[in-house]
Design a binder for this molecule. Structure first.
Ligand SMILES: [Zn+2]
Length: 411
């Protein structure tokens, strides 16, 4: 017999090809494209089979609802995103939706209803791979989207308002206060921690706080042949020393802290010219905001030091500051207990990547479950999960839902 976990994986695989992908020979499913609509159609069928009534909300999210014993009770939302990056893997996003469908299918099969309804939500835009805004649809649901944030155009110049949604009604996708009990999202880890620990699943403590800076190092552009080494003010070698300092500070912290220089531009960018200006980005993340801020401060001090020793000037501009989004402690305990009941060891880890759950935290308590993925690879066709791990995740989710049912106190 095929397990629910294996079926969830198989369904992600089915959605990995045409007509559910907009790209030949790979997966690319962006918000409101033909592939997106086709995938929603297929998913709606699976939701109905699992005993749900299906609707598309004003932000073009697909939502399946399975009634509880009390139709007026706030609903448990289980979801993730249906969209993908270009040349994506098949599980980042859809797997969390398919697991929600499988959890409801199992309840439906047993003719079991909980004290609260369950709604499985497939968010339309998380990756921001079409319009220049990420998590657009979960922000609409959580009520944190402003009307002017909808003035968007994709790479071909198509406006969001002409892409198949009624823009005047878009923000009505917001969930009314008191209608949502909690949000649960299962997702591939997109990192190597669970694999290194030999664990199939883990309870997520929250989404890391993120700081991003743009650094500009200015020296003196000059002739690469005639300027002797002692007389140079080389922005590139200065920037290189700064990057090593950033790496050292993050490593020495020996925690969940990570720091990355992901983009570098050197000007004027000629083989025979000493670079006069180098621009680079700095991304610093940790599950703990204080730790992140301390590290960012240490990085700034170190960079200024290097700049002054090398007679370079340095400007640092903060691009964004995303606060940590902790998962709900009581829900984490329910998840740990559910994992123990599957016969596995509970383990907690922070998410370095952003997820819809961080947006939904504005609306209701959130919980996340991570599933081991091969070599920690994601956003890549090589993305892989073991169906046996996904089945363990499904069992843990079922246990979590059951635990939530037992602790649920009707208003
Ligand atoms: Zn994702």
């Amino acid at each position: 017999m095929v397990t629910g976990g294996a079926r969830a994986v198989a369904r992600c695989d089915m959605l990995g090809v045409s007509p559910y992908s907009d790209m030949e020979g790979g997966l690319y499913r962006a918000y409101l494209t033909p592939a997106y609509t086709a995938a929603q159609g297929r998913l709606a069928g699976w939701m109905e089979e699992a005993g749900m009534t299906v609707r598309r909300d004003a932000a073009a999210n697909l939502i399946g609802r399975y009634e509880g014993t009390d139709a007026t009770a706030p609903a448990l939302l289980i979801g993730s995103h249906l969209d993908s990056v270009r040349d994506a893997g098949r599980y980042d996003g859809p797997l969390g939706i398919m697991l929600g469908v499988e959890a409801v299918a199992a309840l439906h099969q047993a003719d079991k209803h909980l004290p609260f309804p369950i709604e499985v939500i497939a968010f339309g835009d998380e990756e921001g791979s079409r319009f220049p805004a990420a998590m657009l649809t979960s922000r609409a649901v959580a009520g944190t989207l402003s009307p002017d944030a909808l003035d968007l155009r994709d790479g071909d110049g198509v406006a969001l308002k002409d892409a198949g949604v009624d823009i005047s009604a878009y923000l009505s996708a917001v969930r009314a206060p008191g209608t949502t009990l909690a949000y649960l999202e299962a997702h591939i880890e997109q990192g190597p921690v669970l694999e290194a620990k030999g664990l199939a699943i883990g309870t997520v403590t929250g989404i890391a706080a993120q700081l991003r800076f743009q650094a500009v190092v200015t020296g003196q552009a000059n002739h690469a042949g005639t300027t002797t080494m002692g007389l140079r003010r080389d922005a590139m070698t200065g920037a290189a020393e700064m990057m090593l300092a950033i790496e050292r500070i993050a490593r020495d912290d020996a925690s969940d802290l990570v720091a990355t220089v992901g983009r570098v531009d050197a000007l004027p960018g000629a083989p025979n010219v000493i670079p006069g200006e180098v621009r680079f980005t700095i991304d610093v993340r940790s599950g703990n905001e204080d730790r992140r801020n301390r590290a960012a401060q240490a990085i700034l001090v170190a960079l200024e030091d290097i700049a002054s020793t090398r007679h370079l000037s340095l400007s640092l501009q903060q691009i964004h500051d995303l606060p940590a989004s902790p998962c709900n402690p009581a829900l984490m305990d329910l998840m740990d207990a559910a994992i123990v009941d599957t016969g596995h060891s509970p383990f907690r880890l922070v998410s370095g990547a952003g997820h819809d759950a961080m947006v939904m935290a504005a609306l209701c308590p959130t919980a996340m479950l991570f599933i081991r993925c091969k070599d920690g690879i994601s956003h890549n066709p090589a993305e892989h999960v073991d169906p046996a791990d996904v089945e363990i995740a499904l069992q843990a989710m079922m246990g979590f839902i059951e635990n939530l049912g037992e602790t649920f106190v009707p208003a």
